[in-house]
Design a protein around this ligand. Structure first.
Ligand code: S3P
Length: 173
């Protein structure tokens, strides 16, 4: 089984993913990083040079590949919930966890991160834009197996909540 983290940009998927993988002694993969390594371009460059549609194809391919792994924590990009093919890959062996945050919190986190890395917010880094994207995607994120509200909890608490759930499922032996 793999743990698949989903959620909006700035929801903490990479930080939580790394900490969780460390705790479980599982491998960690970040879908955006896998694409960047393979394409030898940043996500922003792929959006610019090839367009969003092509990025989504690369994303689906990377998700499909990671579904063949086992005992991995996989951090996805915020739009990974948009395609049925991605859900098919998650369903193979994934425990999908949505890191749910309020738009206000997402905005602050994105503002603190490296500028220019998020093409969907490049021309409009605002609460309105984040709210709009979050609303469009809410139905997709809600398909997760586990939902964690991560606005007022520590990284350690989130990691423990996920680990406890896996233990209860008998996935941690
Ligand atoms: C995207 C989120 C980004 C990255 C790309 C598209 C999205 O990842 O995959 O810019 O559609 O929400 P993060 O969620 O890690 O920022």
């Amino acid at each position: 089984m793999n743990i698949v983290l989903i959620g909006m940009m700035g929801s903490g998927k990479s930080s939580v993913g790394k900490a969780l993988a460390r705790k479980l002694k599982w491998d960690f993969f970040d879908i955006d990083q896998l694409i960047e390594t393979e394409q030898k371009m940043t996500v922003a460059q792929i959006f610019e040079r090839k367009g969003q549609e092509e990025f989504r194809k690369l994303e689906t391919e990377a998700i499909r590949k990671t579904a063949q792994f086992d005992r991995c924590v996989i951090s996805t990009g915020g739009g990974a919930i948009l395609k049925d093919d991605n859900w098919k890959a998650f369903a193979k062996n994934g425990w999908v966890v949505w890191l749910k945050s309020k738009p206000e919190v997402l905005l602050e986190r994105v503002k603190k991160s490296k500028p220019g890395t998020r093409p969907l917010l490049k021309n409009n880094l605002s609460l309105d834009q984040i709210q709009k994207i979050a609303e469009e995607r809410a139905v997709g994120y809600q398909k997760a197996n586990q939902i964690i509200e991560n606005d007022a909890v520590t990284l350690e608490q989130i990691v423990n909540q996920i680990a406890q759930q896996l233990k209860a499922k008998g996935a941690l032996t």
